[in-house]
Design a protein around this ligand. Structure first.
Ligand code: UD1
Length: 415
């Protein structure tokens, strides 16, 4: 495991260019095997989750090549074999092979997916969807086997608008016989990105981005080119950094509408942001005001930015509150912030932050990806030196984070 060392207090200015969305690309890569023709994807972020998926594809004998931010995948010679624990445990999104391989082979064997430990993360809705389409599921201690004689369209209601379940069901349904309707589907921009990708391959999907998605099964999918949308969580992270430390910090290659709730909250806190078509410019202000956030499915406040936002709340004046509605255990970062000098009370899925706090550097642990990103923001704000252990979590989802922060004046190194 790597560590990240940061000397805090520097003003951040210059330009950060945002990469492709992690939560899109980790779905698009497993989806690329829905055709045996070539799939080309651009704006691919350089993150370790992509490397983990590349390893799974190579193990399955799929041709994979990468040049700069463009990848090419061709699965003509693919072999359907069990995706074992050492591969599937590297990232949660390995579960997307369930939907895509079920669609292609009607038989999948895969170990339970890994991912960040932020509370109970069942995959019951994914499995409920596959069953509704005619699959049988056999769960052993740590493995799932999914079989189907034939996949047939059906109406599926999701008890929770899960991003993963929505995409996995789209994968299983694109070549099923007849029509599938997903009710209470997730509406995240990544869902629209994946549906556009599938439609470019010849799928017939309507309604992506709304709560009802209709899919008419087609015989076969074909080659396509698709582009990954900008990462709204990476964008939000750097914008939050700018609210704390920016001097005309420009965050470019973004879609501001995708993070409108975050921009609204920053505005409420008194941050100075200029929002343009595909970039924002942000500078720190003397006094940020406390605020409250409640995480919700899109377009609500994203849970993936909650931990990053908490670091900013530490320097706001007054009492800020957080209510985490998506996960039951997404506050591990707060205990690290307390070590840095923050005044925080945690009670179940609620937290109260009383500010402003003077944060001081010390040794902290990144317990998961977004907790780690939050600690990077806190360490940049803090006086003195912070060492963030378990930094590999951060590298899973933030491309070239050390290089990007150094380029805007942050004192940061990877150990
Ligand atoms: C996606 C994102 C993740 C984000 C999350 C919520 C990817 C790869 N990951 O995860 O970054 O934090 O959305 O916006 O896109 N749930 C069930 N049953 C299921 C699936 C989910 O009950 O079958 C519930 C979970 O208990 C949890 C919520 O849905 O409360 C989100 O679960 P999770 O599975 O982490 O969401 P994903 O869609 O996989």
């Amino acid at each position: 495991m790597h560590s990240i060392k940061i000397n805090g207090g520097n003003t951040l200015s210059g330009t950060i260019s945002i990469g492709g969305a992690k939560n899109s690309i980790v779905a698009l890569i497993p989806g690329a095997i829905l055709t045996d023709e070539e799939v080309i994807i651009s704006n691919v972020p350089d993150i370790s989750d992509v490397k983990a998926l590349e390893n799974i594809l190579k193990y399955l004998n799929v041709d994979y090549s990468k040049k700069n931010d463009i990848i090419k995948i061709k699965s003509k010679d693919m072999v359907n074999k069990e995706i074992t624990k050492n591969m599937s445990s590297k990232l949660r999104a390995s579960y997307y092979f369930m939907g895509s391989m079920l669609s292609r082979y009607k038989h999948v064997e895969i170990s339970m997916p890994g991912g960040c430990t932020i509370g109970n993360r069942p995959i019951d809705l994914h499995l409920k969807g596959f069953k509704a389409l005619g699959a049988t599921i056999t769960e052993t201690e740590n493995k799932v086997i999914i079989d189907a004689e034939e996949l047939k369209g059906n109406k599926i209601y999701l008890d929770f608008a899960s991003v993963g379940a929505t995409i996995n069901i789209m994968y299983a349904a694109v070549m099923a016989k007849g029509k599938t309707i997903i009710e209470n589907a997730a509406k995240e921009p990544e869902i629209v990105n994946v549906a556009t990708f599938l439609n470019n391959m010849g799928a017939r999907i309507k309604g992506a981005g709304t709560e009802t998605i209709k899919i008419v099964g087609v015989e076969k999918l074909h080659s396509c080119f698709t582009e990954v949308i900008p990462d709204r969580i990476e964008a939000g992270t750097y914008i939050i950094m700018g609210a704390a430390l920016g001097d005309k910090l420009k965050i470019e290659n973004i879609i501001p509408q995708h993070i409108s709730t975050v921009l609204e909250k920053l505005d409420e806190m008194g941050a100075e942001i200029e929002v343009n078509d595909d970039y924002v410019i942000i500078s720190k202000v003397n006094k940020l005001k406390a605020t409250s956030i409640k995480t919700l499915v899109y377009p609500g406040f994203p849970t993936d930015l909650q931990q990053v936002f908490a670091s900013l709340m530490c320097i706001a004046k007054g009492q800020s509150t957080i209510k985490e509605n998506i996960y039951e255990n997404r506050f591990n970062n707060l205990f690290e912030l307390i070590k840095m000098g923050a005044n925080i009370e945690v009670n179940g899925n609620k937290a109260i932050i009383k500010g402003p706090n003077n944060l001081s550097g010390c040794e902290v642990n990144a317990t998961d990806l977004r907790a780690g990103a939050g600690l990077v923001v806190a360490a940049l704000i803090a006086s003195g030196e912070t060492t963030i252990n378990n930094a590999d979590y951060i590298l899973r989802g933030y491309e070239h984070i050390v290089k990007k922060i150094s380029s805007i004046g942050g004192e940061i190194s990877l150990l």
